[in-house]
Design a protein around this ligand. Structure first.
Ligand code: CA
Ligand code: CA
Length: 92
């Protein structure tokens, strides 16, 4: 997954995502209307070594937190939304 992100968003191919590249990624997957100002704080939070770029270790943390934001289930990984018994084998 991370490799795919890099291929898509590391525009200059230098192996890290700079602010603009990361912003593009975030706009695509989280919030297309997020402002650069609003994202600045997020970027700095995840740029844990303060290099000014996001490397693959940093994006891994980022993604895990994003996923947590999206699936706000408290800790349980077993998500069974469709409890209805599959009576007639239709629908899949
Ligand atoms: Ca780059
Ligand atoms: Ca960094």
């Amino acid at each position: 997954m991370i490799e795919a992100i890099w291929q898509k968003y590391d525009d200059d191919g230098n192996g890290t995502l700079d602010f603009q590249e990361t912003l593009k990624f975030v706009r695509d997957i989280i919030d297309e209307n997020i402002t650069a100002e609003a994202f600045q704080d997020v970027f700095e939070e995840f740029d844990t070594d303060n290099s000014g770029t996001i490397d693959k270790d940093e994006i891994a943390v980022f993604i895990s937190k994003i996923e947590h934001m999206f699936h706000e289930s408290p800790g349980k990984s077993t998500v069974v939304e469709h409890k209805a018994p599959n009576k007639n084998n239709e629908g899949l």
